[in-house]
Design a protein around this ligand. Structure first.
Ligand SMILES: NC(=O)c1ccc[n+]([C@@H]2O[C@H](COP(=O)([O-])OP(=O)(O)OC[C@H]3O[C@@H](n4cnc5c(N)ncnc54)[C@H](O)[C@@H]3O)[C@@H](O)[C@H]2O)c1
Length: 591
């Protein structure tokens, strides 16, 4: 029979501890909450009161349940008060010596059958366990931040944890409304092992000034639908905690990509630990406040001084595929006159009928009227000759992803387009400078990387080469805003912001599966319910297509020569076998 948990202890009332107290107390379990001193107890109490107060205000909890929740929590600075707890969860700072010392003491206080759990994100649970006289009763119980919100819990089973111990902890997590997964004792477990490489990479991008903090964060929110950008998430996690996690992961796996980016250490040393200290990558209204306030790095509104934007009234689009069709629709809907060029009359008709189909759907849903659709269509003109683009203010090309074909096009556009017209490419992988250099006006050439479906996805990566003129960048940024898109700006290198951050993480997930550390289902669950991502990595890979994913990963590897970016052999094998994802009915999963 599994253990009954009626009274548990929580040590440390910081970022995680308070949330864990709330989870237990909300579910009818008595909690003894311990901190180092009275001041820390008061701080923790205050944070809990705020969190439950918010729930009360929003009607998510009734007054009497709220009061009962608080009545279940007792506070202490004396570990002796854990004597009759059936489980103690530790959430003190991520330092091995501290945790070992605590567990050694706890071991002498709690009953022989009580369970000791650590909320460590990365430290070896086995080492913490052997600091006690009975390592069999020690497990990891890794909650995610914010603990009351995120459903995922990793239950870490060491080689010595007794079966009934991790089974009982798993059952308890289920009783708390969580989705627990049992995993082995490896630094970072599932979620952090995959998350922190990505977070560290985002910091490196920021540190090297490849893009601004706002643009890096906006990229992942609007390009991938993530609930937060990586730098804002690091501020929430706490930079000191993040540093320790990366450091532990690096020391265990010696993967250079986990070596903490130098700036993290510098920020921690300077006391910039993220939200909890009021400043990290961003500045907050106060310590602990989620409200971001402007600081010296906040970009100024409007166009940069001294830069005059070009006038854009008419837009040319080249291509007849999914992206081109979406882009035509985006510009026409925003009121621009659009001329698109396709390779034949049948292709012109194809684009127009795809647009009509998409409009019909919107009309059906009441999002568009027939009059509006007619007005939009009145602004769209299809052509089969590039010469039709002689007068447009900007051309956006979305033809085949092949350098020779694109270079031919840019040579043509250079002859056809009027002086001052901007020449943009939607390439996701080719160097834009290679398109620019075949024209006589490389300063006018720029990348406009839309996401699929262009009508819906908010993000556009505005990619400047070493030659792009500042007024061209500013004009395209403004143009994006005028069609309701979020523009982020970055340099001309493989993957830009989104793919460079996304694909190495997906590749890491494949390597984790290949190493049999966790199943595809568990990994997808971890990233969806632990990190709030809209899709798990294997779901996403199957949607994107494994051939496309492999090609992107290969390019990233070639450009950066990072050993960690080498495509996972399993990905190559699946592609070779023709298992390309949903489109072929089989990828990581069978459809
Ligand atoms: N921050 C996250 O997003 C996150 C997520 C999951 C797990 N974790 C893990 O949770 C643990 C706690 O991290 P955090 O971010 O909450 O840290 P934190 O710095 O916000 O809080 C730690 C708290 O522990 C208290 N403390 C220190 N020594 C103590 C002692 N001897 N007895 C009692 N209390 C003591 C501190 O006063 C502080 O309030 C770490 O192991 C971390 O890796 C963190």
């Amino acid at each position: 029979m599994s253990r009954e948990f009626t009274k548990v202890g929580v040590i440390g009332l910081g970022t995680m501890g308070v949330g864990i107290v709330e989870v237990f107390a909300r579910n009818g379990i008595d909690v003894v909450a311990m901190e180092v001193d009275d001041a820390a107890v008061e701080r923790g109490k205050g944070v809990l009161a705020k969190s439950t107060g918010r729930a009360l205000d929003r009607g998510k909890i009734a007054q009497e349940d709220h009061d009962a929740l608080h009545a279940r929590v007792t506070y202490t600075t004396d570990m002796g008060d854990f004597a009759d707890c059936q489980l103690v969860v530790e959430a003190v700072p991520e330092q091995l010596h501290l945790k070992k010392e605590l567990f050694g003491r706890l071991d002498t206080i709690v009953a022989p059958d009580a369970i000791l759990a650590t909320n460590t994100s990365s430290l070896p649970v086995t080492e913490i366990a052997v600091a006690t006289s009975n390592p069999k009763r020690v497990v990891g119980m890794h909650f995610f931040n914010p603990a009351p919100v995120l459903q995922f819990v990793e239950v870490i089973r060491t080689v010595i944890t007794a079966d009934d111990v991790f089974e009982d902890v798993k059952a308890l997590a289920e009783r708390l409304g969580k989705k627990p997964v049992i995993v082995g004792d490896k630094a970072g477990f599932i979620a952090n092992a995959l998350l922190f490489g990505y977070l560290n990479h985002a910091v490196a991008m920021y540190e090297s000034k490849y893009a601004t903090r706002e643009d890096i964060d906006a990229s992942m929110r609007f390009g991938c639908g993530y609930p937060m950008g990586p730098l804002a998430l690091l501020d929430l996690i706490g930079l000191d905690t993040a540093y320790e996690i990366l450091d532990t992961m690096y020391k265990q796996g010696r993967d250079r990509l986990h070596a903490p980016s130098p700036i993290i250490k510098q920020m921690v040393s300077a006391g910039l630990k993220g939200r909890k200290s009021g400043r990290g990558f961003y500045t907050y209204a106060a310590a602990g406040s989620p409200e971001v306030v402007a600081d010296a790095q906040t970009p100024a509104e409007g166009t940069r001084a001294g830069v005059e934007v070009r006038t854009i009234e008419s837009v040319g689009v080249i291509g007849s595929g999914t992206m081109a069709t979406g882009i035509v629709e985006v510009f026409a809907k925003a009121g621009y006159a659009v001329t698109f060029v396709a390779r034949g009359q049948d292709k012109v008709e194809g684009v127009l009928s795809a647009i009509a189909k998409s409009q019909a759907k919107m009309i059906e849903r009441g999002r568009l009227t027939q009059e509006e659709a007619d007005a939009i269509n009145g602004r769209i003109m299809g052509a089969t000759e590039r010469a039709a683009l002689g007068d447009v203010d900007i051309v956006v090309e979305a033809i085949a992803e092949d350098l020779a074909i694109k270079q031919d096009l840019f040579r043509d556009l250079d002859q056809i387009c009027k002086p001052g017209a901007i020449l943009a490419t939607t390439t996701s992988s080719l160097p834009i400078i290679d398109c620019a250099k075949v024209t006589s006006r490389p300063g006018d050439v720029i990348g406009m990387h839309f996401f699929n479906p262009a009508q819906i996805m908010k993000l556009v990566e505005v990619v400047h080469t070493v030659a792009t003129e500042p007024d061209v960048v500013a004009t395209v940024q403004n143009l994006c805003a005028s069609v309701g898109k979020v523009a982020v700006t970055c340099g001309d290198r493989s993957g830009f912001i989104v793919n460079a951050l996304l694909f190495p993480y997906l590749n890491d997930a494949i390597k984790m599966l290949e190493a049999n550390y966790a199943s595809a289902d568990d990994i997808d669950t971890a990233m969806k319910t632990g990190c709030g991502l809209p899709m798990g990595p294997f779901e996403l890979l199957d949607v994107v297509g494994l051939d496309v994913s492999l090609a992107i990963q290969k390019e990233l590897y070639l450009e950066f020569r990072e050993p960690g970016y080498a495509p996972a052999p399993l990905l190559e094998h699946l592609v070779t076998a023709g298992y390309l994802g949903r489109k072929t009915g089989r990828g990581f999963r069978t459809y």
